[in-house]
Design a protein around this ligand. Structure first.
Ligand SMILES: Cc1ncc(COP(=O)(O)O)c(C=O)c1O
Length: 451
């Protein structure tokens, strides 16, 4: 049991009154402490955290070595400012990241604060590198909430509703996801990919000519769109199309990077080379830091001053990032991700095959510790959704997430479908993972039974 704040209820009431309504919240509580795979709330609850602050605290909350590195940097230099001079942690972080890159050509770095800013920077770079304007994104992709990032975000209308006009010159194509393409779940990914690549060819001949097209942007695992790993043949098809027309391929690894999927970067599963890659989240385990990585030969085209930002590449965040990279290697984090991933997928597949929940779970998918369960729905996304199942309860994902919370597990939903995502810390123990899986299974069985 965590220590309760005596005035917790008043604090929550104060927050509800004075913090903008534009923010959604999973728990109406003050989070007072984070330690490893657990968080404590001001009302005395302790929760097992399968959200990692939305895929950020990959080494667990307040990893002692990362926190100590940041604290030490605080006593030397908090703010150096990247347009005034280099800072030591900024350069050390690049040294650590260079050998981790999915392709050796990725050798030029610019650090910013958030994933959205990294996406903005990537779009600016693609436009400068090609002298073209238009951007192609995925229907279902998520890249952030600032104007450029919001324009290439197509996962839910809530992110842009009421904020138009958005950045112009954006086109979208479907990506290989059986549900979104109204195809049976066991459709070979080659077939789904071929369909989507044909849509890309059509787009380039019907809507945005390659001569006007600067970039294609895609997540290696589509995150807010449902935790759908992108099949290799689709990535290769995108790469070929980009090579053929001189279009930049922007790979967004903000959520899927830094070991989340069992490799340093999820793009490694396809072997495809990004022209520009965006990184954030796990990079500094909770200290605000993002990055845009590309080739020096390309970034040399940028005019000094065209990139920058007051807090961009904070020395404290970079110092944390350096220690994240050290811990990542020394604590053999990837080995843990791959071992726990097998256990997580096995637990979820066992649940999905139980007669009590049969029909309620449509899919278990993902890589590493970026895993999702997709439930069936009695209404689906509308009258033409072919996967409607009238015998299952409504809103399964959000109801299961709420029940998990009542049982001490913090877990998130995602996408316009009934999807729950598993993003536990990458160093979670076997025992804590099993504990979370048990809570989840109980919650699913209860909610399905209750109807
Ligand atoms: C793939 C991807 N890109 C970009 C972003 C935006 O990052 P931020 O919320 O740090 O702006 C996110 C955030 O969830 C993301 O998942």
């Amino acid at each position: 049991m965590a220590t309760a704040l005596p005035n917790h209820a008043q604090l929550v009431e104060f927050g509800q009154k004075h913090v903008t309504k534009g923010l959604g919240r999973q728990v109406e509580a003050v989070i007072t402490k984070g330690k490893g795979s657990y968080v404590e709330l001001g009302d005395g609850r302790e929760l097992l955290d399968f959200t990692s602050g939305i895929g950020v605290t990959n080494l667990g909350h307040c990893h002692p070595r990362v926190s100590a590195a940041a604290a030490e940097q605080c006593m030397n230099l908090v703010h150096g400012q990247c347009s005034i001079g280099f800072t030591k942690p900024y350069l050390e972080l690049i040294e650590k990241l260079l050998p981790m890159m999915p392709h050796p050509s990725l050798d030029s770095f610019y650090f910013w604060n958030s994933g959205s800013e990294a996406v903005e920077g990537a779009i600016k770079m693609a436009r400068t590198f090609t002298g073209r304007q238009n951007i192609i994104c995925m229907q279902g992709g998520y890249h952030g909430r600032t104007f450029g990032a919001m324009a290439v975000t197509k996962s839910k209308t809530v992110y842009s509703a009421g904020f138009n006009p958005l950045m112009p010159g954006v086109f979208s194509i479907p990506f290989p996801y059986w549900h979104q393409l109204s195809r049976p779940k066991d459709t070979p990914t080659e077939e789904l990919s071929a369909y989507c690549l044909n849509q890309l060819s059509l787009l380039l001949s019907q809507q945005t000519t390659p001569k006007d097209t600067a970039a294609i942007i895609i997540e290696s695992v589509v995150g807010e769109g449902g935790y759908v790993p992108i099949p290799t043949e689709f990535m290769k098809g995108l790469r070929d199309t980009c090579d053929q027309h001189g279009i930049m391929l922007i790979i967004d690894e903000v959520q899927s990077g830094f070991g989340r999927t069992g490799k340093n970067f999820a793009i490694e599963y396809s072997g495809v080379k990004p022209d520009i890659m965006t990184i954030a989240k796990g990079l500094a385990n909770g200290f605000p830091l993002s990055g845009i990585v590309s080739r020096k030969e390309l970034t040399d085209k940028l005019t000094p001053g065209s990139m920058g930002g007051t807090y961009a590449g904070s020395a404290v965040s970079c110092a944390a990032g350096v220690e994240v990279a050290n811990v990542f290697k020394e604590e053999k984090i990837l080995d843990n991700v791959n071992a726990r991933s097998v256990e997580l997928l096995a637990a979820l597949n066992t649940l999905a095959s139980k007669p009590e929940v049969k029909g309620a779970i449509l899919d278990v998918r993902g890589r590493g510790l970026m895993v999702a369960v997709e439930f069936a729905s009695p209404k689906g996304t509308g009258p033409y959704d072919p996967f409607v199942n009238r015998s299952v309860p409504e809103k399964l994902a959000s109801r299961v997430a709420k029940r998990c919370l009542e049982k001490g597990l913090l877990i998130l939903t995602t996408s316009v479908y009934e999807v729950i995502r598993f993003i536990p810390p990458l160093n979670i123990t076997k025992e804590d993972l099993a504990k979370g899986c048990k809570i989840f299974a109980e919650a699913v069985e209860e909610i399905v039974r209750e109807g």
